[in-house]
Ligand binder design. Structure first.
Ligand code: SF4
Length: 421
């Protein structure tokens, strides 16, 4: 049966590119596993919006603990591991990626074991950027102590309003300062041409990813937040490689084809919603089904947009990296965030906003300081706040949230009818 035929029966249609996504991700993990087993290439651990380009350009295989944290969440196992980290002194109120990841490590378990890994790949060096939060420094420091390996970091100012040349220069200088330690561990010299090439690939991958996300501006949208949260894997872990670039060309072509054939991400799209905050990894698929049943497409999100580093430039690899990683939504002041959100809700024809207040991630919960009210005053777009968490299911009341979401969509329907009278 054709995709359109399946949709006419009210079913969610999986993106065909999911097969290529699996192959692309399998390739990434196979390279990592080979490096971990043979020690033929050095392994760097990197934060999800850390200097991956620098590391790939110096020949490291790059492992991302946050990606691992999301795997633990999606596997619905985080609450099994968090208590172990808590018993080792990590508060249950701090990042549940951190607590589930460290807890799983202390229990000597990882979803990577299903792919033949003995454990998470042993790092030769850990590299972080505090642009997203301070937790990552503490998280990586745990492993630096455990493995007795070097750790280096870039410290970025937070809540940036005016992204001044001084801030960009200070971050760019820090990129330069970590290179000698990377050279020592990599046992090779930094090469500017290789860095330029990697930055160029990262730029191209990010531009393609942006184009993928922007396809959701089309009515009806061919992709929703739940698809994007899965298909963002390559831009997170293979940014700066041709693997990500090649994959997003495939996905983009499929979305263009969907638009031509009028295939939408949800069988019937009556409502278009913006998702602010982290995904609930352990409820991704049940929420996807719920919104589809409510004829609602989540067309855009802060989370998936966070990997669009289109300011990267081969011509100025250091300065453009500093600029791109400081310009990121999570690093900015509320005033800037409000402007960004106002523009996005216009661009994606959004009719309502859902704020996910994630208990253990303050930095990705933007409804704690009144932003939601100020944005409502500016745009008139109704919003709903849901309490939950990215990984810890104990912070989420499913029953209550489903009622709140159903009521919100119902009210949205009334709101839209009134505004068209
Ligand atoms: S941004 Fe939030 S989820 Fe990500 S590492 Fe920091 S605290 Fe954890």
């Amino acid at each position: 049966m054709s995709e359109k035929g399946i949709q006419d029966q009210g079913e969610l249609v999986k993106l065909r590119s999911a097969n290529d996504l699996r192959k692309t991700m399998d390739g990434y993990f196979a390279r990592l596993k080979e490096a971990a087993e043979t020690r033929s290439r050095k392994i760097a651990w990197c934060t999800s919006v850390g200097p991956a380009e620098l590391l790939y350009s110096m020949g490291f295989e790059v492992y991302f603990p946050e990606n691992h944290g999301a795997m633990l969440g999606a596997g619905k196992n985080a609450d099994k591991y968090i208590p172990t980290a808590v018993a080792h002194g990590y508060s249950p109120d701090i990042c549940s990626y951190l607590t589930s990841d460290i807890g799983a490590f202390l229990q000597n378990e990882t979803p990577l074991q299903k792919s033949g890994f003995r454990s998470v790949p042993r790092p030769d060096i850990l590299v972080y950027n505090t642009n997203q939060c301070r937790e990552v420094e503490d998280w990586f420091s745990f492993y630096a102590r455990h493995f007795n390996v070097p750790i280096v970091g870039i410290h970025t100012p937070l809540c940036i309003s005016d992204l001044s040349p001084e801030i960009v220069k200070s971050v760019s200088d820090q990129y330069h300062r970590i290179i000698p330690e990377l050279e020592k561990v990599a046992e090779r010299m930094f090469d500017i041409d290789s860095f330029r090439e990697t930055v160029g690939l990262s730029h191209d991958g990010c531009v393609l990813w942006k184009q993928v996300l922007e396809k959701a501006r089309h009515i009806p949208s061919p992709i929703n937040f739940f698809d994007s949260a899965i298909h963002m894997g390559p831009i997170v872990v293979m940014r700066g490689t041709s693997h990500a670039v090649e994959y997003y060309k495939i996905l983009l072509a499929e979305l263009e084809e969907r638009i031509q054939n009028n295939i939408s991400a949800v069988p019937v799209e009556h409502f278009r919603i913006y998702w602010e905050g982290m995904p609930l990894w352990y409820r991704l698929s049940s929420l996807a089904k719920l919104f589809a049943k409510l004829n609602t497409c989540i067309v855009a999100s802060t989370y998936c947009n966070s990997w669009v580093f289109d300011d990267l430039s081969q011509a100025e690899p250091f300065e453009s990296s500093a600029l791109a990683y400081c310009k990121l939504f999570i690093v900015r002041s509320d005033a800037i965030k409000e402007n960004v959100l106002e523009q996005l809700v216009k661009d994606f024809t959004v009719q309502g906003i859902i704020y996910h207040e994630s208990k253990t991630c303050a930095r990705n919960s933007n409804n704690r300081f009144g932003l939601q009210n100020r944005l409502f005053k500016r745009t008139g777009i109704p919003y709903l706040e849901i309490n939950g968490d990215l990984n810890d299911p104990r912070c989420y009341s499913e029953e209550q949230s489903i009622i709140a979401i159903e009521t919100f969509i119902d009210q949205l329907s009334g709101h839209l009818n009134n505004s068209t009278l």
